[in-house]
Design a binder for this molecule. Structure first.
Ligand SMILES: Cc1cc2nc3c(=O)[nH]c(=O)nc-3n(C[C@H](O)[C@H](O)[C@H](O)COP(=O)(O)O)c2cc1C
Length: 341
């Protein structure tokens, strides 16, 4: 059932992509998704190229299956998230796949990667940005709809956006991202014409993610109505809308009140100690101290399907099994009740 143009492009078994998630992702999470038959993406974010090289080596020690690296194209307070040096490392390490997120990549990056035999995907938020990625030479396009956790650009939900992009791109495979957190939402994405699903939030609540225990607990408790789309987070990456769990920081901004005027915590990010300013976009990890009511807790609108913290491989297997059963009509979706009530 899952033997498609998409799976053949990569030589993998399952049309499941583990989203690149800077700060809370880990080489272990990437490897676990790939070892389960999907393809894990690894996103360092604006960390040093040497750190990126070490992380790729770490993934290779944990898995021999294909994996991808995910590049954010943006200036941040920590510097540009992707530089020529990062691209050169991906080429030197011969990674199987490189994915670009947020802004279109430099044409030279795409051509250098493709000349080296590396598959290249782009992320799109609209029909226009998807067409641009295809023109740049993308082998597939991730289309991120408004339900997605983390940084989001789209003004449309998956129902409207995914089929529009599928039709516009014709033969180029489309991967749906945003709000896909269980078998039935994955099945729905396939029905809309996506050839694969890209999952973030559900994997933050995995044993392999390095998100803080409290962040994971909040994901397990949250319902689909508990997220908000906001631009309050991110002196480190300003004016970029994010979908997050509602908390005190979000409520304060909703009331029109000024943000706190003191730091909200301490953490270690990209290998450096970091004092988190009010409304920091830096996600809490096991190394973070501070009040989670003030922190950026990125989460997608499918968070209600996160019921437990599980190994990533089990998440991949159960989501794909349930999607298959849903599509075949073996599983009565109305009886599934995968959301918390
Ligand atoms: C905690 C978190 C961090 C994220 N960080 C990144 C990132 O660093 N790079 C990236 O390309 N996408 C990032 N995303 C977005 C994902 O790639 C993906 O589009 C999104 O998770 C899909 O929606 P979902 O969270 O509802 O599954 C992040 C998402 C989350 C939830």
């Amino acid at each position: 059932m899952w033997d498609t143009k998409f799976t053949r492009q990569l030589g993998i078994n399952l049309p499941f992509v583990g989203a690149g998630m800077a700060i809370v992702g880990s080489p272990a999470l990437t490897a676990a998704v790939s070892n389960a038959g999907g393809i894990g993406l690894f996103c360092l974010g604006p960390g040093a190229p040497e750190m990126f090289a070490d992380d790729i080596d770490h993934i290779r020690r944990l898995c021999s299956a294909p994996f991808g690296v995910d590049f954010i194209v943006e200036e941040t307070a920590f510097g540009p998230a992707t530089t020529d040096a990062h691209i050169e490392i991906a080429i030197a390490k011969n990674v199987p796949l490189a994915v670009f997120f947020w802004n279109p990549p430099k044409e030279g990056w795409v051509s250098r990667l493709k000349r080296a035999g590396i598959k290249v995907w782009g992320t799109a938020f609209s029909v226009e940005s998807a067409r641009r990625m295809k023109e740049l030479g993308a082998d597939a396009v991730i289309v991120q709809s408004q339900e997605a956790g983390g940084h989001v650009k789209s003004s449309l939900g998956a129902m409207a956006l995914v089929p529009s992009v599928v039709d516009a791109l014709d033969q180029t495979p489309v991967i749906a991202a945003g709000g896909i957190a269980d078998g039935r939402t994955a099945a729905a994405a396939f029905m809309l014409g996506a050839q694969a699903v890209c999952v973030g939030t559900r994997l933050v609540a995995s044993t392999e993610s390095v998100a803080s225990a409290e962040y994971k607990r909040r994901l397990v408790r949250a319902h689909n109505e508990d997220t908000a789309l906001t631009t309050i987070f991110g002196p480190e990456w300003p004016n970029a809308p994010m979908r997050v769990l509602k908390n005190r920081a979000v409520a304060r901004a909703d009331r029109g009140a000024a943000p706190l005027s003191r730091p909200i915590g301490e953490t270690v990010v990209f290998g450096q100690p970091y004092r988190m300013p009010a409304n920091s976009a830096v996600l809490p990890t096991a190394q973070t101290q501070g009040d989670h009511e003030e922190m950026c807790l990125a989460a997608g609108a499918g968070v209600g399907a996160v019921r437990a913290i599980e190994p990533a491989g089990l998440i991949v297997e159960t989501m794909m099994q349930d999607a298959r059963a849903t599509i075949r009509g073996v599983l009565d979706v109305s009886q599934t009740k995968s959301l918390k009530t």
